[in-house]
Design a protein around this ligand. Structure first.
Ligand code: ZN
Ligand code: ZN
Length: 324
């Protein structure tokens, strides 16, 4: 069963199997329960939905997440061959100059950011988890997605210049943020920063710079637009209110999803025009034109600007370790 759309209340989403089963009629339960019991059971299921919102399996652990453990663990890091700039999956033809690991689009015109990286492919459970956070306001999922983003940032970190990197979440239009109650990019960035604070060597490496970049128009509906139309649609949508916190600073732009890169490019262009240094992009997920390369193992693939495919995997402590 795929993701079911309904609004979710925050709070404890599951209970023990005992309490759920106890409230359901069984062979031993009298057919007509007392009204108090029925009201209690009805209230219980109203406030404590018992099934995973992705696969429908009964939730048997007490948790604030309306998603089972296996659905949370299912998204895997990308593994394959990717453009060293935009991170698009690439099937480089034999005979191509091996030093040039950029995709056709990036060879034609380098985007205004240095490099974009993502944790996983925007499909399956990862897309469902992002949608639950974004559209159903299941905010306890921010730390889950934040951990994925933190893994990606850790892998990118050795390629970043020294000094503190300013983390700038892609902003939402104010009205949209008021409707949603939060900006998912900022919630994920905050959660990732908490993960990055351990080990402490990353504590001062990254610093959240929220509120610097503003979105003055609602541009979220870009479905069906071509790459060029998306670019036009976004022109003038972002601005920097006070450039002081980002002047000559290196920026890591953070968002939940990278699709065509039009949003990331426009944000990077505006930040650099306002006086920022270099800009990198990190997202939880990205769409891939060659879906097969997203099928994976426990490895994370991420290319440095001049090295196409060094890989990393987790050791027993959950730390990332280079394997090739
Ligand atoms: Zn599930
Ligand atoms: Zn590219």
């Amino acid at each position: 069963m795929r993701l079911r759309r309904s609004r979710v209340r925050e709070g404890v989403f599951s209970s023990t199997g005992f309490r759920i089963r106890a409230a359901r009629p069984t062979a031993a339960t009298p057919p007509v329960a007392g009204w108090a019991e029925r009201v209690a059971a009805s209230l219980f299921f109203t406030f404590f939905p018992a099934d995973c919102r992705i696969c429908g399996a009964p939730l048997i652990e007490i948790s604030r997440l309306p998603v089972c453990e296996s659905c949370v663990r299912e998204p895997q890091p990308l593994c394959g061959t990717f453009c060293s700039v935009c991170g698009e999956a690439c099937d480089f033809p034999t005979g191509l100059n091996i030093g040039d690991t950029r995709c056709r689009i990036c060879r034609k015109a380098h985007p205004p950011f240095d490099r974009a990286v993502a944790y996983g492919s925007y499909d399956g459970n990862l897309r469902d988890l992002i949608h639950l956070l974004k559209f159903d306001q299941v905010r306890p999922l921010a730390p889950v997605l934040g951990r994925m983003l933190a893994d990606t940032i850790r892998a990118l970190e050795p390629t970043l210049p020294p000094g503190t990197i300013a983390i700038v979440p892609v902003p939402l239009y104010a009205k949209k943020k008021a409707q949603r109650g939060f900006n998912q990019a900022e919630a994920i960035a905050r959660a990732a920063l908490k993960c990055l604070a351990r080990p402490s060597r990353f504590e001062r490496r990254f610093e959240l710079c929220g509120g610097v970049l503003l979105r003055s128009r609602d541009t979220e509906s870009q479905i069906g637009l071509s790459r060029r139309q998306r670019r036009e649609n976004l022109r003038g949508a972002f601005s920097v209110c006070d450039p002081t916190p980002i002047l000559q600073r290196n920026i890591l732009l953070v968002d939940d999803v990278y699709t065509t890169g039009a949003t990331a490019s426009e944000c990077a262009r505006v930040l650099r025009r306002a006086g920022a240094g270099r800009v990198w992009v990190a997202t939880v997920a990205r769409t891939l034109k060659i879906p097969d390369v997203s099928a994976v193992s426990s490895a994370i693939s991420s290319a440095t600007s001049d090295d196409l495919s060094w890989r990393q995997s987790r050791d027993d402590n959950g730390e990332l370790a280079s394997v090739s």
